[in-house]
Design a protein around this ligand. Structure first.
Ligand code: ADP
Length: 467
């Protein structure tokens, strides 16, 4: 590519969930947009090695778990054997399909999609180091900084022996399925991986530093998951990992301390699932933006302290989730197009969180404890629907689960929702919308949700509040 000498309206660095929705919106609005990403296509880490491929593998685990319970439904037959290579091939096919669709989406007259890496030279210029080895210069009026995040590794001896979720799920990944896996970290990536790989026959141990998995989650959700997962996976809480070593040519040994005692765990592989940290482009310092705990601070308009720089998505560290990044990207682009006037704001409190374990978890907004701390006990009402009463859950024999709704008695609005059990990640969209729109509880209570489906539980929990 020749130098982009004339000034583009917007340079978008990173084509993940935080980059491409805004880029496409601005290009369709007539702006000249250049977007650059080392993957050379849309989707960022989510599609390359995160949400999409991991859920493709997880679905294989779900199918197998269901098959193992087939006699419950009156079916007989053999339990499916695990063919790891074919499961990975299924995952790759899903990734290929989505990449092909995304290629079509970027074919817009005002949008130039480049494969490579951007380096900032000054607050209006970037060097674009392209995958073909060439470098161009790009001058820009606005910058959409959407460089995302990467997994962090604990600074311990032998950390380089650990794999990350990216190594497991990236396209073309060919790691053999571990028979014994040590997982450092009981956050959502740790518990999701343990849950799916155990269902595919791997013996998993989670080593979690805190007193329980999923720190920061609603206590009841986290406790339920821990109790249920502990039936399939060994969970060592209050375990501090000290070192990873490789005593033989294959396999790893993890040294950890628990209750003041040393302990060792031998495994085929060790997964580092200790969180993600923002990624910044080279030359970031020239923007003069001060970082807060390694992230780029933004307000609800997604603007940084630099008036021409917006930073949606993982890079700002506020909610590192693909669907949140997509909405943030739109907010940033709307405000950018409006010349910096505030025409749109991000509502972080309506972003749902999902955990794709068995059982599945999802939550949005405030927990009961958070709502009471914020508004006082008298202002908060909590209602609950138990899966034991639900037709669909009974049909599936998965009656261990619940929906909790947290309401504001004064406004009759939903403040939060926590769901544990079957379909939680699907169900959470409705409460998220109720929070985003500030719906009166009567809307949830009076809408006829389909029977016999779990969404009825949302209605019934809302009716309890109005009763
Ligand atoms: P988000 O959900 O916030 O979009 P992702 O991590 O999914 O986060 O996507 C960020 C994308 O940005 C990734 O594809 C990453 O490779 C890309 N990226 C990171 N640094 C640069 C850079 N300097 N130049 C171009 N792309 C970058």
């Amino acid at each position: 590519m020749s130098d982009v000498n004339d000034v583009v309206d917007c340079l978008v660095i990173g084509a993940g969930g935080a980059g491409y929705p805004g880029a496409i919106f601005l290009a369709k609005a007539g702006w000249r947009v250049v977007m650059i990403d080392p993957f050379g296509n849309l989707g960022g880490n989510c599609l390359a090695e995160g949400c999409v491929p991991s859920k493709a593998v997880r679905e294989a685990a779900n199918v197998r778990m269901l098959a193992m319970r087939q006699d419950f439904f009156g079916l007989r037959g053999v339990t499916p054997e695990v063919d790891w290579q074919q499961i990975l091939a299924h995952k790759d096919r899903v990734q290929h399909t989505r990449y092909a669709q995304h290629t079509d989406e970027t074919a817009l007259p005002n949008l130039t999609m480049l494969k490579g890496e951007a380096e900032l030279l000054d607050e209006s210029t970037a060097a674009l180091h392209l995958a073909d080895g060439s470098t161009s210069t790009c001058r820009f009026r606005h910058l959409l900084l959407a460089t995302g995040s990467r997994p962090v590794r604990l600074p311990i001896p032998g950390a380089e022996w650990a794999i990350t979720s990216h190594d497991l799920f990236r396209m073309g990944a060919n790691l053999p399925k571990p028979e014994v896996l040590a997982i450092i970290g009981g956050g959502y990536i740790g518990v999701e991986t343990a849950s799916m790989l155990q269902a595919l026959g791997t013996r998993c141990t989670i080593l979690e530093h805190g007193p329980r998995v999923l720190s920061g989650f609603d206590d009841e959700l986290a406790d339920m998951l821990q109790t249920r997962l502990a039936q399939r996976v060994q969970i060592e809480t209050s375990a501090q990992v000290m070192e990873i070593s490789r005593p033989a040519a294959t396999g790893v040994r993890v040294h950890y301390r628990k209750n003041g005692e040393d302990a060792w765990l031998d495994a085929d592989a060790v997964l580092m699932a200790t969180g993600r940290a923002p990624v910044l482009p080279r030359g970031f310092a020239c923007l003069g933006i001060e970082l807060v705990r390694g992230a780029v601070p933004v307000d609800e308009t997604l603007r940084t302290s630099h008036p021409r720089v917006w930073a949606p998505g993982d890079v700002n560290g506020r909610s590192m989730l693909f669907h949140s990044a997509v909405r943030q990207s739109q907010v940033a682009a709307h405000n950018m197009l409006a010349g910096g006037q505030v025409v749109d704001r991000m509502n972080f409190s309506s972003v749902p969180m999902t955990v794709f374990t068995d059982p599945e978890l999802a939550h949005v907004g405030l927990t009961a404890a958070q709502a009471i701390a914020q508004f006082g006990e008298a202002a908060v009402a909590v209602t609950r629907y138990d899966y034991a009463h639900d037709s669909r859950a009974q049909i599936y024999g998965l009656t261990d689960g619940f929906i909790k709704l947290v309401f504001d008695r004064r406004t009759r609005r939903l403040l939060g929702c926590q769901i544990a059990g079957m379909d939680a990640a699907q169900l959470i969209a409705v409460p998220a919308m109720a929070i985003e729109a500030g719906l009166d509880a009567s809307v949830l209570a009076n809408t006829a949700f389909p029977h016999p489906m779990l969404s009825e539980g949302l209605c019934r929990a809302a009716r309890q509040f109005l009763a």
